[in-house]
Design a protein around this ligand. Structure first.
Ligand code: FES
Length: 106
């Protein structure tokens, strides 16, 4: 699929986000984590890349999300793995806010 084949999909209203925290959203078959970060809104798959944990249950400090299971750490802006045992980056989605709605390009 090329970038041109993708479309913007509504995810959640900004007003429904947990302020400064991570909000779980299911979109079709995808479980997403929506981060209300210091630098904007970011969206990743919710599942940790190390194991079967939802990052939505982790601790979010506004930039980094800590996995609740083994305390792996990810940068919520880029998905980069920042602390062991996490080594594989998160699957992030291109994200925008349109008319108060968080959208991702899929
Ligand atoms: S399941 Fe997330 S760090 Fe292990």
């Amino acid at each position: 699929m090329t970038q041109r084949d993708k479309t913007w999909q509504d995810v959640v209203a900004v007003a429904d986000l947990e302020p400064g925290d991570v909000t779980p959203v299911t979109l079709g078959t995808r479980d997403l984590a929506v981060y209300d970060a210091r630098d904007g809104v970011f969206v990743s798959l919710a599942r940790c890349t190390h194991g079967a944990a939802s990052l939505c249950d982790g601790h979010f400090d506004g930039t980094y999300i800590e996995c609740p299971l083994h305390q792996g750490l990810f940068d919520a802006r880029t998905g980069a793995a920042k602390a062991a045992p996490s080594r594989v980056p998160l699957r992030m989605f291109q994200t925008r806010v349109e008319n108060g709605i968080v959208q991702i390009l899929i």
